[in-house]
Design a protein around this ligand. Structure first.
Ligand SMILES: [Ca+2]
Ligand SMILES: [Ca+2]
Ligand SMILES: [Ca+2]
Length: 226
């Protein structure tokens, strides 16, 4: 499908991943993109928000379970134990790379939203075609379904399948939906997603923005108490 036909002029050079981890992410995303996406429109992504929100909040139990000293963050040691427990077989280097990539406020701990992003990246990276465990990669089928939705949304937005979402691709997705009025809002969303302001959104940036939008990093300030 598509092929050279719709190649936009602005994509004159291939985007070069800045880290080894990012290169792996891009590779995994491109592999996943070959399977296509179930998303039909930008609106179909928006409609999934409540479900994604619900799914990610369930992650809180897992977070608390691995935050052994209950200080509200998962440190490197706790994360290693977490991987061991979940039977995620990553090398020490891979775990450290992930930790660094997701520790956006650089306090050497995974806060809840950082932890969600990290797990979702693990989910993507574990999509190893040579592996046989097709059904569940991490032994958490419900959470993985939520992660899959997020991957699927990204695949939908990444029209040229290069592992990044550009401003043009974002605009294209919105135009398809025919929602002209929401165009400005969505461009604002793009700016919010493009954390490092390099004009491209990688999957990690996309996830952080998402946890933000669904309000996952909000402190709960007793909202569950009536
Ligand atoms: Ca801790
Ligand atoms: Ca792209
Ligand atoms: Ca960026």
């Amino acid at each position: 499908m598509g092929g050279i036909l719709g190649k936009p002029e602005s994509s004159k050079h291939a985007w070069i991943p800045e880290t080894k981890l990012e290169a792996k992410m891009v590779e995994a995303m491109q592999r996943r993109a070959t399977e296509g996406t179930a998303m039909k429109s930008f609106n179909s992504i928006i409609l999934k928000f409540p479900k994604i929100d619900e799914g990610l909040r369930k992650c809180k139990d897992i977070f608390e379970q691995f935050d052994e000293d209950s200080n509200g963050a998962i440190d490197q040691e706790e994360l290693k134990k977490c991987f061991l427990k979940l039977e995620i077989k990553f090398t020490e280097e891979e775990i450290n790379d992930l930790f660094q990539a997701c520790d956006i406020n650089e306090d050497m701990g995974m806060k809840f939203n950082e932890f969600i992003v990290l797990l979702c990246l693990v989910y993507l990276l574990k999509d190893d075609p040579t592996a046989l465990h097709a059904k569940s990669r991490m032994g958490m089928p419900k959470l993985e379904a939520t992660f899959e939705t997020l991957v699927d949304a990204f695949v939908f937005l990444d029209k040229n399948k290069d592992g990044y979402v550009s401003r043009n691709e974002m605009a294209q997705a919105i135009n398809e939906s025919g929602e002209r009025s929401s165009g400005r809002i969505v461009m604002k969303r793009f700016e919010e997603m493009d954390w490092d302001k390099n004009g491209m959104v990688n999957f990690k940036e996309f996830l952080f923005a998402f946890t933000n939008w669904v309000g996952i990093d909000d402190e709960e300030e007793g909202e569950e108490k009536v």
